[in-house]
Design a protein around this ligand. Structure first.
Ligand code: NAD
Ligand code: TYD
Length: 357
């Protein structure tokens, strides 16, 4: 069995990925995670007794730690999820985004390059560095623009998007300059179980369940291309196994929705699940609030390349994926309790004001 070093595996997508891979027993996994506010080791508690899963607390910017981890564990691949990932936080406090997403990615790349240069034969030839990125590097689309392709010029608008774009460029440069066998994926907005509730869909589900306001930025007509997280994880597995070295692949749900449509849908699902709740109809909780600065209007991914080259396509429909997601948050109050700590409540208070905490 291969060994993979996963970074940021205690976050939303990373933990879904690790659970999916360990359930299928595809690889032995070492998860390097700093456990920021967004990292939650409980996400992986099902693997507590799994001898082929190892958690390593640490920072991707810690070179001595990286160097010993790589030397001791001899991974066949590095799968890099670790990042600061929330746009609103990047607007308020951009520095952590530069430190982790840019400097951290650089140090990780450089340590991995040294490790890879020391490998020999088949192990060296088969090694891969998979970098997980976002559609936000491409900027914003107008209503009639064609969807982003892999050759759309980068035009990031938020500090988050700019830091991910910088990381993507470094990863690409490490391939072009040193020959490091990299793969880059750029994915659209994910949703599903285990997503930290500062992000749009879980925030709306949890606020609605508690009868709190549902804060929609601007006019609610911003469009995102939603992908169920399990579909993203399957795409990553495929890119890792079969992607062309040095290539980037767009991943998306072919599922464009306005924010207002998404919230309304969540409200209907909750009305059906809890017809007696005092907040029914939940849509009356929708509240328009001032817009996010530099708020990208529309994202949409052209996914022809990954479909044609690797045969991947999104499987979960938005209706079934959203229903599953709402159900998951309803069924996991303890998980919600464990992540909505003091730090989370402070963020709500600072960002949304007194009403929301
Ligand atoms: P997340 O914020 O839920 O998790 C990030 C994880 O990285 C956390 O476990 C955190 O503790 C860890 N981390 C942060 N800084 C670290 C550091 N310096 N060293 C080690 N670990 C650190 O993020 P997510 O939503 O799971 O996103 C994962 C990746 O996918 C990110 O690179 C993000 O840019 C990308 N992405 C996310 C989406 C989305 O919709 N969530 C879409 C496309 C791409
Ligand atoms: P988010 O989940 O932060 O993802 P991203 O900004 O990376 O796309 O937000 C998704 C959309 O929802 C985005 O257009 C901003 C909007 N949004 C709100 O309207 N209200 C909110 O409270 C949040 C968190 C997001």
């Amino acid at each position: 069995m291969e060994t993979w070093l996963v970074t940021g595996g205690a976050g939303f997508i990373g933990s879904n990925f690790i659970l999916q891979q360990r359930r299928a027993q595809t690889a032995r996994i070492i998860n390097l995670d700093k456990l920021t506010y967004a990292g939650n080791p409980h996400n992986l508690s099902e693997l507590r007794r799994d001898p082929d899963y190892l958690f390593q607390l640490g920072d991707i910017g810690d070179r001595p730690l990286l160097s010993s981890l790589l030397a001791n564990q001899q991974p066949d691949a590095v799968i890099h999820f670790a990042a600061e990932s929330h746009v609103d936080r990047s607007i308020r406090s951009p520095e952590a985004f530069i430190e982790t997403n840019v400097v951290g990615t650089f140090r990780l790349l450089d340590e991995v390059r040294q490790y890879w240069e020391g490998l020999r034969g088949a192990k060296k030839a088969a090694f891969r560095f998979l970098h997980i990125s976002t559609d936000e590097v491409y900027g914003s689309l107008g209503p009639d623009d064609p969807a982003f392709t892999e050759t759309t010029p980068y035009a990031p608008n938020s500090p988050y998007a700019a830091s991910k774009a910088a990381a993507d460029h470094l990863v690409r440069a490490y391939h072009e300059t040193y020959g490091l066998p990299v793969l880059i994926t750029n994915c659209s907005n994910n949703y599903g179980p285990l997503q930290f509730p500062e992000k749009f869909i879980p925030l709306m589900i949890l606020n609605a369940l508690q009868g709190k306001k549902l804060p929609i930025y601007g006019d609610g007509q911003n469009v995102r291309d939603w992908l169920y997280v399990a579909d993203h994880c399957k795409a990553l597995r495929l890119v890792l196994a079969q992607g062309r070295v040095g290539a980037s692949y767009n991943i998306g749900g072919r599922c464009e929705k306005t924010n207002l449509d998404v919230v309304t849908h969540i409200c209907h699902l909750l009305d059906e699940l809890f017809p007696q709740a005092p907040s029914v109809p939940h849509a009356r909780l929708i509240t328009f609030v001032p817009d996010r600065p530099g708020h990208d209007r529309r994202y949409a991914m052209n996914i022809s390349k990954i479909e044609q080259e690797l045969g991947w396509t999104p499987k979960e429909s938005f209706d079934s994926g959203l229903a599953k997601t709402v159900r998951w948050y309803v069924d996991h109050p303890q998980w919600v309790e464990s992540v909505t700590s003091g730090a989370y409540r402070q963020w709500l208070q600072m960002h949304y004001g007194a009403d929301s905490s």
